[in-house]
Design a protein around this ligand. Sequence first.
Ligand SMILES: NC(=O)c1ccc[n+]([C@@H]2O[C@H](COP(=O)([O-])OP(=O)(O)OC[C@H]3O[C@@H](n4cnc5c(N)ncnc54)[C@H](OP(=O)(O)O)[C@@H]3O)[C@@H](O)[C@H]2O)c1
Length: 271
Amino acid sequence: MFTSRTLTLNDGRDMPKLGFGTYKIDDAKAADTVKLALEEGYALVDTASIYGNERGVGAALDGREDIFLTTKVWNSDQGFEQAKVATAASLGRLGRASVDLLLIHWPCPGRGRMVDTWKALIELRDAGHAKSIGVSNFRPQDLEKIVAATDVVPVVNQVECHPAFQQRELRQLHDDMQIVTQSWSPLGRGDLLDHEVISDVAAALNAPRSAVILAWHLQSGLSAIPKASSRDHIAANMRAEQLTLSDEQIERIDAMDDPAGRMGPDPASFC
Ligand SMILES: NC(=O)c1ccc[n+]([C@@H]2O[C@H](COP(=O)([O-])OP(=O)(O)OC[C@H]3O[C@@H](n4cnc5c(N)ncnc54)[C@H](OP(=O)(O)O)[C@@H]3O)[C@@H](O)[C@H]2O)c1
């Protein structure tokens, strides 16, 4: 089955579906690891100021505009002025005038600054420092709040999503609002690779188990940003683009969903 490598965002721009995550890749290794990912064909790289690796990521990209680059505004930088200052610092570390996608990393509802931060991202987009803007870890009420205040709908909500925590209600809301769901920890931090269903499907397709999970994301209309450290893992994950799961295989993975399967922090309280 041929599927496009890109999704169209609600602002009309295209974004690669499969990207490379860089959380826990330290700055000293980021340049070499991201270069490996680019060699293996990744066209999207996901970083964040809190990852501490923007210099290494920027060095690997070396100004390449054909690679879709995402970074994020950290929680302690929320606020109208603070977010603009923090983004200028991120761009400085990345060595670029703009990123393709700028996200608010967490909603931090207790901090009460998500609307002001969103207004800063709108201004940064209008000034050309971010080609597209979106959010991460936003709940329905957070999405409704920033849209009600600004009439600007995020292009992406990057959230924890994997076969053991499929976020079906939130994904339906995203579809209704024309927001792309981007899955973080798409492999369940690697913990799902030994699941019986994944092993079975991988054996049937003679494919890497990680590629089976990532193919499930892609065929479900999701963007996914797996992180990997070695060339073997990086290349295995790219095999997802060549795989086609049958309806029955998709249904078996759909059935792994567990509403209690969250592995990361809860956006209601994390900040
Ligand atoms: N917005 C947010 O709040 C947020 C939160 C968390 C993550 N993220 C983003 O999402 C990205 C991915 O999430 P994640 O790093 O938490 O988890 P993940 O991508 O689900 O899993 C990464 C783990 O899987 C292993 N792995 C990857 N490919 C493999 C393969 N082919 N075979 C065996 N093991 C493999 C990696 O090991 P090796 O490293 O040894 O290859 C690593 O331990 C992050 O890097 C970050 O960019 C965003």
